[in-house]
Design a protein around this ligand. Structure first.
Ligand code: GEK
Length: 248
């Protein structure tokens, strides 16, 4: 597992044949370093996912980590959930991520049961869910598929359940959007990424990570039936929202 703590240098060299970003073995090896140096507030969000799961996990229910990568949210939840007979279902469609996540979980001593699935979220059945975490995952799903996924999640949730939705944001005001992009790039620069790395990563993600505005997210969540939808964390163009299935 030591190689999961390598430094991310994937885009350090000029590459004229830059392909689209994929979650392969190379990314898995550097993922913890990559996400912490690229997503402002990531560690805080993970920590709070644990606290939210502690508060909202219901007994005999499931807590879903959708797009689990190496299981950071799963581990945070696993160590905070106290509800009786609550379990965690962690899903990712990258075989490399799931293989490494399995090793991470095997080395963890948490007692809450975790089911791990290598699966596209389109195929995932959501049932008896009291907590659903989409931590920087929806942004990788085709926009045309997002309504269906959010509706499916809502249908599979228990009354009083919470959805934690973290996303990179787009802002409709061009000036503000540009400012947030610049501040995010400066954050990456202060974390040791070069201008070349920032530029190459940006083009590799161009058609892969498609950010939407907070209003688009709020509207989609409301259309699906969620209530109480609000941003609880934001740093530049990265935010996390809470949305609830109404209590009976
Ligand atoms: C964390 N939540 O550490 N089905 C299943 N998984 C998918 C799909 C899909 N259709 N599309 C993308 N993924 C994690 C971080 S990373 C965010 C999430 C990032 C998976 C993909 O394989 C990757 O592991 C994850 O979603 C997105 O809190 O790298 O910016």
């Amino acid at each position: 597992m030591s190689d999961s703590h390598q430094q991310d240098t994937i885009y350090a060299q000029a590459n004229p044949e830059l392909g689209e970003f994929i979650f392969d073995r190379k990314v898995v090896d550097v993922f913890p370093d990559m996400i912490k140096r690229s997503v402002p507030g990531y560690s805080t969000i993970i920590h709070m996912v644990g606290q939210l799961a502690e508060r909202y996990a219901q007994s005999n229910s499931r807590c879903y980590d959708l797009g689990c990568s190496l299981g950071a949210s799963t581990l945070a939840m696993r160590h905070r959930i106290t509800a009786a007979d609550a379990s965690i279902v962690a899903v990712d469609n990258s075989e490399d991520m799931i293989e490494r996540c399995r090793q991470v979980l095997a080395a963890d001593s948490g007692e809450v049961a975790v089911e791990l699935h290598c699966q596209d979220l389109e195929q995932t059945q959501i049932e008896q869910a009291s907590v659903v975490v989409l931590n920087f995952t929806l942004q990788f799903i085709a926009p045309s598929e997002r309504n269906t996924l959010i509706r499916k999640i809502y249908q599979g949730m228990l009354p009083g359940g919470v959805l934690v939705l973290s996303e990179k944001l787009h802002f409709d005001d061009d000036h503000h959007n540009e400012l947030m992009t610049e501040l995010h790039h400066y954050f990456k620069k202060t974390n040791g990424y070069s201008d070349l790395e920032i530029a190459q990563k940006r083009s590799a993600l161009e058609n892969v990570l498609i950010p939407e505005s907070v209003n688009t997210h709020k509207q989609r969540l409301a259309d699906a039936g969620f209530v109480g939808t609000e941003v609880w964390f934001q740093c530049f163009n990265f935010a996390s929202l809470l949305a609830f299935k109404p209590k009976l």
